[in-house]
Design a protein around this ligand. Structure first.
Ligand code: PGA
Ligand code: ZN
Length: 403
């Protein structure tokens, strides 16, 4: 009854027009689809995605014959996928092939259990955090770095919206803020282009300019520095200027004191552990003095949704929040384990899209299902990203109809 009858991969296009894969999986009476996003500013420890033709071949010729007739149980299927692959970084079958199958299995399991996906994730009893509620929205409205043609000092500038109580309000607020931002940039005579994540991009070498613009519109901001992208010979090169660990930390401190900046993702390069610990302590000390909540220091390329790296980051007090991207690790089971470890250590999670996205809205269900602090899904002005907000709105209505 609950066994897998069909598992087939296809090539589709992502939001950048690049190829990625979609997996169709069926049992008797149910069919589901899952697709896989792709990053551009990737961490050095991410699981390896193979060229899409190879990944499709691996699903159809290697994985599918092993799965047909097996129970649609994501933990069992993931164990099988990991052992079939046999490598640490999933480079044999490809993390993209493996995640497509893993996610399709989770969706099929939820369909068979006749539950909404987020509820099914919750019922797995695996990683639920204590903060029951809706995720805050971390929305990248100014796109720089690897995601844009124009140069801004950092990769991402985000509005942070909501307080965990609902999502319809913050989603409406986002619409208003985005229109105000567009008008403001136009009024300032800026030449603007759209970046990969559906935000604006313009040329600026002035570190404070984006903060001045955004803080006039909203009182909670976040950045993703993607520090590894401008690390050269032991120093950081921001807008053509050299920054040591201390100098860059001082810059972050200044920004936090001067602007409503509540979260800094990947402030340093993936292997600069000492620098992460230094700035996390700085933010904690500042939190004590200012009696404000600690500014989030978020690991993305640092931790790559990898339970071992998260354990290291927790032990070394390198960060106080973890970005979660399922395709960095390649299976749903390991993603859930990474979330569980993070929550148990008292750190926050932010579930995230990739810069190359698909129409799969899974991350909205994941954020809700595990009680994540935040969801990072881009603007609503690219359908691949709007899909996540539409799914959150549906989930909110499902939650309210149960009350
Ligand atoms: P990526 O960027 O999806 O291109 O890796 C997103 C991020 O760095 O958070
Ligand atoms: Zn990042």
């Amino acid at each position: 009854m609950n066994t897998i009858k069909k598992c087939k991969a296809y090539k589709i296009k992502d939001s950048r027009g690049d190829e990625t894969l979609e997996v169709e999986m069926s049992s008797n009476g149910h069919t589901v689809w899952a697709s896989v996003p792709a990053g551009k500013s990737t961490g050095s420890r991410e699981a390896v995605a193979l060229p899409v033709d190879e990944a499709v071949w691996n699903v159809n010729r290697v994985i599918s014959p092993e799965l047909i007739g097996k129970k649609a149980d994501v933990f069992e299927v993931d164990d099988l996928l990991v052992s079939l692959d046999g490598t640490e970084n999933k480079s044999n079958l490809g993390a993209n092939a493996i995640l497509g199958v893993s996610l399709a299995t989770l969706k099929l399991e939820a369909k068979i259990a006749n539950q909404p996906l987020w509820k099914h994730i919750q019922s797995l009893g695996h990683p639920v955090s204590k903060s029951v509620g809706f995720p805050r929205l971390f929305v990248n409205v100014l796109n720089g770095g690897a995601h844009a043609k124009f140069r801004l000092p950092f990769q991402e500038y985000m509005f942070v919206l909501g307080n965990g109580m609902n999502v319809a309000g913050p989603i409406n607020q986002l619409q208003t803020l985005f229109e105000q931002l567009k008008k403001k940039l136009e009024a300032e005579g800026k030449e603007i282009k759209m970046g990969d994540e559906g935000g604006f991009s313009f040329e600026s070498d002035d570190i404070e300019e984006p903060f001045n613009i955004l803080s006039e519109l909203h009182d909670k901001l976040a950045i993703d520095v993607a520090g590894g992208e401008f690390f050269e010979n032991g120093e950081y090169n921001v807008c053509g200027q050299k920054y040591s660990l201390e100098k860059l930390s001082n810059l972050y401190e200044l920004l936090v004191k001067k602007y409503p900046l509540i979260s800094i993702e990947d402030p340093f390069a993936d292997n600069d552990f000492e620098a992460f610990a230094f700035v996390t302590k700085k933010m904690r000390d500042y939190g004590v003095i200012s009696q404000k909540e600690d500014v989030l220091v978020v690991g993305d390329d640092l931790t790559t949704t990898n339970p071992q790296m998260i354990a290291k980051a927790v032990d070394g007090k390198l960060i106080n929040a973890v970005l979660i991207k399922p395709n960095q690790i390649g299976t749903i089971s390991e993603t859930l384990k990474a979330i569980k470890m993070t929550h148990e250590a008292g750190l926050k999670t932010i579930i995230s899209h990739r810069s190359g996205e698909t129409m799969d809205s899974f991350i909205a269900d994941l954020a809700m299902g595990v009680g994540a602090f935040g969801l990072k899904a881009g603007t609503m002005f690219q359908s691949e990203r709007k899909e996540k907000y539409d799914r959150l709105l549906e989930i909110e209505q499902e939650v309210n109809s149960e009350k």
